[in-house]
Design a binder for this molecule. Structure first.
Ligand SMILES: [Cu+2]
Length: 167
């Protein structure tokens, strides 16, 4: 019996560790774009701030067959997107935005339409500087436009200086 208790304690300790390291990353303003019947792909967006250097290396969701971290950018006047093979860099203390037209979590092979005002489960997978993976489970609201209005404020100024770490 003693052995079993010890084993359980170890398992609990291990899972607590992975939760703690996932909390190294703060997620703000997460949302996923609503889809219409027949649409097979959409994007999820958010702002990620990691306390330590880390990467967003992947994601999964039960509503999508395939979930990838993508980058979208102009290439010779054409908007193109591609999977970020090495993951998305999250420099320590710096807010990294995933937003329409830029980085995003791509949900593909959708199993059902994403309806406005519902939420979807999304698990983010991070890797820290030592290569240790951690996961974070989110409930992401589905919406037509980004939360807080500001849909077309190209610059999206957040006053980065205000986010500097305290001395
Ligand atoms: Cu994409």
């Amino acid at each position: 019996m003693k052995l079993r208790t010890a084993l359980c304690a170890t398992l609990v300790a291990l899972s607590l560790t992975s939760i703690a390291s996932a909390q190294n990353v703060e997620v703000k303003d997460a949302w996923a774009r609503a889809t219409v019947q027949g649409q097979k792909a959409t994007g999820a967006f958010m702002t990620l701030t990691s306390k330590t250097n880390a990467k967003l290396v992947g994601a999964t969701s039960s509503v999508a067959g395939v979930t990838e971290v993508h980058e979208m950018k102009m290439d010779n006047g054409v908007m193109k997107m591609r999977a970020l093979e090495g993951g998305l860099e999250l420099p320590a203390g710096k807010a990294t935005s995933l937003k329409p037209g830029g980085y995003h979590v791509m949900l593909m092979d959708l199993k059902l339409p994403l309806q406005k005002d519902t939420t979807i489960p999304l698990t983010l997978v991070f890797k820290d500087a030592k290569g240790i993976e951690s996961k974070m489970e989110l409930k992401v609201p589905v919406a037509q436009t980004p939360p807080g209005g500001g849909a077309d404020m190209g610059g999206h100024q957040h006053g980065d200086t205000a986010n500097k770490p305290k001395q």
